[in-house]
Design a protein around this ligand. Sequence first.
Ligand SMILES: Nc1nc2c(ncn2[C@@H]2O[C@H](COP(=O)(O)OP(=O)(O)OP(=O)(O)O)[C@@H](O)[C@H]2O)c(=O)[nH]1
Ligand SMILES: [Mg+2]
Length: 197
Amino acid sequence: MSAREKITGVILAGGQGRRMGSVDKGLVELRGRPMAEWVIERLRPQVDELIINANQNAERYATFGYPVFPDDIGGFAGPLAGLHAALSRAQHPLVATAPCDSPFLPEDLVERLYRALDAAGAELAVARTFDQPHPVFCLCRRDVLPHLDEFLASGGRKIDFWYATLKIIEVQFDDKEAAFRNINTRDELDDVDRIDR
Ligand SMILES: Nc1nc2c(ncn2[C@@H]2O[C@H](COP(=O)(O)OP(=O)(O)OP(=O)(O)O)[C@@H](O)[C@H]2O)c(=O)[nH]1
Ligand SMILES: [Mg+2]
């Protein structure tokens, strides 16, 4: 078996958090700690380099101790803009993404995405639970960057549309459904605080 290729992990924290009242979701506290910190804690041991994509509050994100960078294309163009910036900055040939608002992500996320990507010879592996894809949990080859550049330059923004142009493998995490819990609103944040203590 060949050695695993090196992987850069990126926390996607570049959104506007409008459903939570236009707050920087990665900095919103869950049980007394910023959500980004929960994600860092889970993702850091799974990758060889960690970087943070944020479009606001760069100084606060920098206090976590990892490089922080904004989108290259402006106007809050969505998570694909964050992936684009990450592919440009990553030191390693593979990039694993996780959103800042899913604090319980699987501890074996990257390993399982990698195994599937490698076995299929795919350009991108994406997580799925039952029939629900989770496009912001992906592992992507850095060398698709020129292709993504073209897609964005031609006005493309939808992550699913871009994925549809790639050699992609979906990876089932039905056994870890709760790990993909995504916090978009104050109510969802309060629920997690209350129920899962
Ligand atoms: N880099 C970057 N990431 C984004 C952008 N918009 C959303 N994201 C990220 O994509 C992931 C999923 O986004 P959402 O849950 O919709 O987060 P959001 O856009 O901040 O929240 P809403 O405004 O309520 O939709 C999160 O990790 C966001 O940080 C963007 O314009 N740029
Ligand atoms: Mg959004």
